[in-house]
Design a protein around this ligand. Structure first.
Ligand SMILES: Nc1ncnc2c1ncn2[C@@H]1O[C@H](COP(=O)(O)OP(=O)(O)OP(=O)(O)O)[C@@H](O)[C@H]1O
Length: 324
């Protein structure tokens, strides 16, 4: 494989990713793979590195591998989106790694690398992504999902908290979201959320959050949108509304296996464009990263991003049978 670039977030999983990289590096040396490695130094750096590589390599295919968590992948894909010659890949080194789950990439970093080294041209899949436009007409893309409301508030708090480090150290990274959910549950006030899905308005009273998904998983393994597929050109929308705090806790447990969709307070449907507005500004996350507040518009971009996947995905996989 020619021109392979690794972008490593040394801070992913609170520094554990450095250990991951050392293992990967020894395999690369052993296998005599020629590559270039860049380490991110601050938030947003991965996107800048990708854009620099993209503009210097125009016209020839390059592979850029994100090594880190979902936030690193989010930045890498946002940098790559305007350079069709960049094919991206992912090696999990973060705390949540929902991208690995949703795109069938091995959870073990060394296994993901071996699969990558043994993949060829045929393993590039053009996957869907979502474009987000906010009030200031700023554009951003996501590959996993976007959420507005209670879930985004939790993501924001998790990302800035020291608790994440403690949970990661105890190998309990997944439970940090549970901790913040419980912490915020009793103070959070649900709000009215209006969705315009493919031009049709729907208002949900007393809504906790809305998630728009390109693949099933978010928040470190929660199956929020069991039927979402990143190769069907469709966005899967899940909104949780008019639910007591106690019942929310109960429904939350069922999210880990996707059982929440059976509750009447959980509405699921599909669309290609979604406008989210609310009667007070709500936190919004994209791929687990805080990106501001509502209102936002999300548009599906079908088969838009070349991603190296060993388990090539097809349109039938995870196809939804619910419709708006
Ligand atoms: N050198 C750095 N110092 C501090 N933050 C960084 C650095 N490099 C990248 N970041 C930021 O670290 C944040 C977290 O990265 P990432 O999501 O990859 O790891 P994670 O949070 O451990 O994993 P996950 O999102 O899968 O739970 C991202 O917002 C990214 O922009």
């Amino acid at each position: 494989m020619n021109s392979i670039y690794f972008i490593i977030n040394p801070q992913a999983k609170n520094g554990y990713c450095q250990k991951v990289w050392r293992k990967l590096e020894s395999i690369l040396l052993e296998q005599q793979v020629s590559y270039l490695a860049f380490f991110t130094e601050y938030k947003g750096h991965a996107k800048e590195i990708v854009q620099t590589i993209g503009s210097k390599t125009e016209g020839k295919k390059v592979v850029i591998v994100a090594v880190g968590g979902d936030g690193t992948m989010h930045e890498v894909m946002n940098g790559a989106v305007s350079f069709p010659h960049i094919h991206i890949a992912f090696i999990p080194g973060g705390s949540g790694n929902d991208f690995s789950r949703g795109f069938h990439i091995p959870r073990k970093p060394t296994k993901a690398l071996m699969e990558l080294l043994h993949s060829d041209e045929d393993h590039t899949t053009l996957v869907d992504i979502g474009k987000i436009t906010n009030e200031e007409k700023k554009e951003l893309y996501f590959i996993n999902n976007i959420g507005a409301g209670f879930d985004a508030l939790i993501a924001k708090e998790v990302n800035k908290s020291k608790m994440k480090r403690i949970f990661n150290r105890l190998s309990l990274g997944k439970f940090v979201y549970v901790y913040f959910l419980l912490k915020n549950l009793f103070f959070y006030k649900p709000t009215n959320i209006t969705l315009k899905v493919d031009g049709v308005d729907r208002t949900y009273r007393s809504a906790w959050f809305v998630a728009v998904s390109n693949q099933p998983f978010y928040g470190g393994g929660m199956k929020i949108s069991p039927h979402a597929s990143p190769v069907d050109g469709i966005l899967n929308i899940t909104i949780v509304h008019q639910l007591s705090k106690i019942k929310l806790l109960f429904v939350f447990i069922t999210v880990f296996w996707g059982g929440h969709t059976r509750f009447k307070e959980v509405a699921s449907f599909t669309g290609r464009s979604v406008h989210i507005s609310s009667n007070r500004p709500l936190c919004v996350h994209a791929d687990g990263e805080d990106i501001g507040t509502t209102p936002v518009t999300i548009t599906a971009y079908q088969k838009h991003l070349p991603v190296l996947l060993n388990n090539i995905m097809n349109e039938e996989e995870g196809k939804t049978n619910e419709s708006y």
